[in-house]
Design a protein around this ligand. Structure first.
Ligand code: NOJ
Length: 761
C-alpha cells in the first residue's frame, strides 16, 4: 500500500510539472480491481442492483454475505450532520452527535490557505469516523456565479484557481484520514432557484476554463473518490445522466475511477442514468431499483455495464475501511483538536474591508462598547433549509467579545432589529393578504421599539460595534436571495445610529456579498466575518482587539450594485417563476405533517424559467468587472491588515518561455508597519497581444506570507505555462496562445503593485 502511494505520488508530480492537461492519470482506486472482480463474480444480479440505489436516506447497500459493508454518507460540507431517522429528516434526538461547526465554504476560501483547507478536511474526517461514516458529502465547490446564490456561503469562490487549490486541500485532508470525499455538485449548479429543473446553456470554453477546473483538480490532483451529480441540466442533459459530464469529461478526460451519486431525488431515468455514468441513485430506488433489474433482464442494459458501475463503488468501499457499528458514536463527536482547527480557520478568514484607524480597539480607557445587532447573538450552524450542524457549541460574536474583554471595558448590548427566521412551511403555504398585512404591522411595531433601544445604547457609548449581515435563513439552500440588501432594515438602523455616535465599526456575519452603499461611508471600519463556525466569536474578538491581525481576503467581488454583476447585467438571471424546490419537495413528502400546496406550476412560466443562459461566458466575477471596466465596491482578493506591506523588485527566471516551462517569479515583500501580519500575495496574468479573447486578468498563483514588523522576505511564485492554455472549441483540445504576457503581482485584483512582461514561444 505504501509503495503504491509513493508511485502514485511520483506519477502525480510528473503530471503536474508540465505534461499535457489531457493526460489521463491513474487513480489509486484501480489497485483494488483484481480483488473486486473476484467479489463481483460471486454476486447475484439482485445484489448488484441493490448497490445502485439508496437503502436508507443516507445509506446505500453493500453485500453482507460477501463481507461488503453498506456505504454510510453524511452531509457535509461544514460539519458532520446530526443523526436522522433512517428514512426521514427528523432528528434522532441524540446528544453524542453534537459536532464541530467549521466555518462555511466562503469563510474557508477567505483564508486563501490550502494548508488550512487540508486541516479542515482532516477535522471533518476525524469526526465522520467517530460517527461511523464512510463518505462526506462535500466539499461543495460550485463557482459563485450570482451574488444572490442561496449556497454562496457553502461554496468557495468565484475564481476557479482559488476554488481548486482549496478543494484539493480539503479532499486530501479528508481522504488521508480514512474517509471518502464526495465533491458536489457536478456541474453548473450555480443557482438555487429552479435548480431541480433548470437547463444551463453554457459554452464549452467557459465550462472547461471556469466551471470545471475545481472538479478537475479534485479528481486529477486529489483523487476524489466520490462525485455528486448536480440537480440541474447542462446543455439539455440532466447532470445525473449526462454522457458528456460523467463519461467523457469525468471518466475519460480526467481518469475518475470512483463513484458518482445523484443529489437527493436528482435521478430522472433508468437506462440513460446507468449508461451515462451514474452509480447510485439517492436516496430512492425509483429508477435504479426494480426498473433497472428489469432493463437488465430484458437485455436493454448489459450486465457488463452493471458490473462496471458496481466495480466503481467497490473501489471506494475497498479504499475506505468500514467502521464497526459498536465503535461508532461512543462519545461526543466534537473534540478539542477539531475545535482548534475551526478557530484557526476562522482567525484567518476575517476580512478587514476598511479601517480608518479605529481598529484594533484599545481598552486602556475602559470604554463603553455598544454591541448592536441581532447577528451578534445569532447562531449560524443551522437555520435554513438543507444541511446544518447540531453543534456542541458556537461562540457568537457577543459571547466572543465578552470572553475576551472581560472587565476591561463595559459591554452593552442591543438587538437593534428582528432577524429573518426560516420556516420550512413558508415554501408551501400561501398566506392570505389579510394575514400578511397584520404580520407586517406587527413587524413594524417591533422594529421601531428595537431601533429605539439601540439608538439609546449607542448614544451613551464610546464606540459602536454594529454586528449585522445575513443569517442562515437569508442565505439558504433551495432559494436564492431576491437582492443583496442587508435584511431586517439594517441600513435604516445604522443611519439612525450614526446620528448619535460616529464611532461605528461594522461587522457583517454574512456568507455572501451585501450591498455596502449605506453602511460603508457610515462605518469607520468594516469587516466581514462570515458564518464562522464553533469558534467564530472568539476569532472575531481576537481580531477586533488586535490579538491577531486580520488576514482574510475576499474570495469574491463585492459589486457596487447587484445589477452590475454579469448574469444580472446581461439579463440572464433571474429567470421567472420558481417551482417548488426539488429537495424541499422530498423533505415535505417524507415528513407527514406537511402538505404540498404548490406543486402545480404554470407550464408556460416554467418554460421561461427553466433555461439559464450563461452568455457572459468566461467573464465571471472579477473577470467581468475588469474586462468591462465596471466599478466595484471591493475587489476580489481584497483584505487589509493592521500593518502595511511594500512590494518591490519583481524578477523572473527568464524572459521567454516555452509551453513546457514553469514561470518563476521572485519579488521582495517588506512589512513596513508596526505589527506582525500575514499578506496574501497574488499573481495574475494579463495577455498583451493574444490571438483569442481573454479576460483582462486571471489569478494564477498566490501565497500567504507571514512577516514581523520591519521584516523583508524574498517571495517566489510559480506559474506552469500549461496553466495559461485555453480550451479550443474547434479542435476540442487545450491550446497555447503564444503571446506576450504581463505578470501582475498585487494585494488584490484591484491593487496591482508590480508588473513584468514575458513572452511565450
Ligand atoms: C440536497 C443537497 O443539494 C446536497 O448538497 C445534500 O448533500 C443532499 N441534499 C443530502 O442532504
Amino acid at each position: 500500500m505504501k509503495n503504491f502511494k509513493l508511485i502514485y505520488l511520483i506519477f502525480c508530480l510528473t503530471i503536474f510539472s508540465g505534461c499535457s492537461p489531457n493526460t489521463i492519470r491513474q487513480s489509486s482506486l484501480l489497485q483494488y480491481d483484481a480483488k473486486i472482480n473476484h467479489i463481483i463474480r460471486q454476486m447475484t444480479l439482485e445484489e448488484k442492483i441493490a448497490m445502485l440505489h439508496g437503502k436508507h436516506m443516507f445509506v446505500s447497500a453493500g453485500v453482507k454475505r460477501l463481507g461488503v459493508a453498506d456505504m454510510h454518507y453524511v452531509d457535509g460540507p461544514f460539519g458532520i450532520r446530526e443523526e436522522l431517522q433512517p428514512d426521514g429528516w427528523g432528528s434522532l434526538g441524540w446528544e453524542t452527535d453534537r459536532a464541530t461547526f467549521f466555518p462555511t465554504g466562503s469563510a474557508l476560501a477567505a483564508t486563501w490557505s490550502p494548508e488550512l483547507a487540508y486541516a479542515y478536511g482532516t477535522g471533518m474526517a476525524r469526526e465522520a469516523r467517530l460517527r461511523g461514516k464512510d463518505m462526506i458529502l462535500g466539499p461543495a465547490i460550485n463557482i459563485q456565479r450570482i451574488p444572490t446564490g442561496g449556497r454562496t456561503f457553502e461554496y468557495l469562490s468565484e475564481d476557479p484557481f482559488l476554488s481548486s487549490r482549496l478543494s484539493v486541500g480539503y479532499i486530501n485532508g479528508v481522504q488521508d484520514n480514512g474517509v471518502a470525499a464526495c465533491v458536489k455538485h457536478y456541474a453548473l449548479n450555480n443557482q438555487e432557484n429552479n435548480r431541480g429543473s433548470v437547463d444551463v446553456i453554457v459554452d464549452e470554453r467557459a465550462m472547461r476554463e471556469i466551471y470545471f477546473p475545481p472538479f478537475k483538480a479534485s479528481v486529477v490532483e486529489a483523487d476524489a473518490y466520490g462525485i455528486m451529480a448536480a440537480y440541474n441540466k447542462v446543455n439539455g442533459w440532466w447532470a445525473s445522466e449526462s454522457d458528456m459530464l460523467l463519461n467523457k469529461v469525468l471518466r475519460d478526460d480526467w481518469g475518475f475511477a470512483g463513484m458518482v451519486i445523484s443529489d437527493w431525488t436528482g435521478t430522472h431515468s433508468t437506462v440513460n442514468a446507468i449508461t451515462n455514468g451514474l452509480n447510485v441513485e439517492m436516496p430512492t430506488d425509483k429508477f435504479l431499483g426494480k426498473p433497472l433489474l428489469e432493463a437488465v433482464r430484458a437485455g436493454t442494459v448489459s450486465e457488463d455495464l452493471i458490473n462496471q458501475r458496481v466495480r466503481e463503488i467497490l473501489r471506494v468501499r475497498m479504499a475506505i475501511k468500514p467502521i464497526p457499528p459498536e465503535q461508532a458514536n461512543v462519545g461526543v463527536t466534537s473534540r478539542k483538536p477539531q475545535q482548534k482547527i475551526a478557530y484557526d480557520v476562522a482567525a484567518k478568514s476575517i476580512v478587514l474591508l476598511k479601517n480608518s484607524g479605529i481598529l484594533p480597539l484599545t481598552l486602556e480607557k475602559k470604554p463603553t462598547i455598544a454591541v448592536i445587532g441581532a447577528n451578534a447573538t445569532q447562531a449560524m450552524a443551522s437555520g435554513g433549509m438543507g444541511t446544518g450542524v447540531k453543534t456542541l457549541y458556537e461562540v457568537t460574536p457577543l459571547e466572543g467579545l465578552r470572553n475576551r474583554i472581560g472587565s476591561d471595558a463595559r459591554v452593552v448590548y442591543a438587538k437593534g432589529y428582528e432577524p429573518v427566521v426560516y420556516r420550512f412551511s413558508d415554501m408551501f403555504e400561501e398566506k392570505s393578504p389579510q394575514v400578511q398585512k397584520t404580520e407586517a404591522r406587527e413587524k413594524r411595531k417591533v422594529a421601531q421599539k428595537l431601533a429605539q433601544e439601540a439608538i439609546e445604547v449607542a448614544a451613551s457609548a464610546d464606540i459602536v460595534l454594529f454586528i449585522g449581515g445575513n443569517n442562515r435563513a437569508v442565505e439558504t439552500e433551495g432559494s436564492d436571495r431576491r437582492d443583496i440588501k442587508l435584511p431586517s432594515g439594517q441600513d435604516g438602523l445604522i443611519q439612525e445610529i450614526a446620528k448619535v455616535n460616529a464611532n461605528i465599526v461594522t461587522i457583517l456575519t454574512s456568507g455572501a456579498p451585501n450591498d455596502l452603499n449605506v453602511i460603508k461611508p457610515l462605518s469607520k471600519a468594516l469587516l466581514i466575518s462570515w458564518f464562522n463556525g464553533t469558534e467564530g466569536g472568539n476569532a472575531l474578538a481576537d481580531t477586533l482587539l488586535g490579538k491577531i491581525s486580520p488576514s482574510g481576503r475576499l474570495p469574491f467581488t463585492f459589486p457596487v450594485k447587484l445589477e452590475d454583476s454579469p448574469a444580472y447585467a446581461l439579463g440572464n438571471y433571474p429567470q421567472g417563476q420558481k417551482a417548488n424546490d426539488i429537495f424541499a419537495n422530498l423533505v415535505a413528502k417524507t415528513e407527514s405533517d406537511i402538505t404540498l400546496k404548490n406543486e402545480k406550476v404554470n407550464e408556460a412560466q416554467l418554460k421561461n424559467a427553466d433555461t439559464a443562459f450563461y452568455s457572459e461566458g468566461s467573464l465571471m466575477g472579477y473577470r467581468w468587472f475588469d474586462t468591462k471596466s465596471i466599478p466595484i465596491m471591493y475587489p476580489f482578493g481584497h483584505g487589509l491588515t493592521y500593518t502595511t506591506f511594500e512590494y518591490s523588485d519583481l524578477k523572473t527566471d527568464k524572459g521567454t518561455y516555452t509551453t513546457r516551462d514553469t514561470i518563476k517569479l521572485f519579488f521582495t515583500l517588506e512589512n513596513t508597519g508596526t505589527s506582525a501580519a500575514e499578506e496574501v500575495v497574488q499573481g495574475y496574468v494579463h495577455r498583451v497581444n493574444p490571438s483569442v479573447e481573454w479576460p483582462v486578468k486571471e489569478l494564477k498563483a498566490f501565497s500567504r506570507v507571514q512577516l514581523d514588523p520591519g521584516e523583508t522576505r524574498s517571495v517566489t511564485l510559480e506559474i506552469p505555462v500549461e496553466h495559461l492554455r485555453y480550451w479550443n472549441q474547434d479542435t476540442q483540445t487545450w491550446s497555447d496562445d503564444l503571446c506576450d504576457i504581463e505578470l501582475l503581482i498585487g494585494a488584490s485584483a484591484g491593487d496591482i503593485r508590480l508588473k513584468r512582461r514575458i513572452t511565450l514561444k
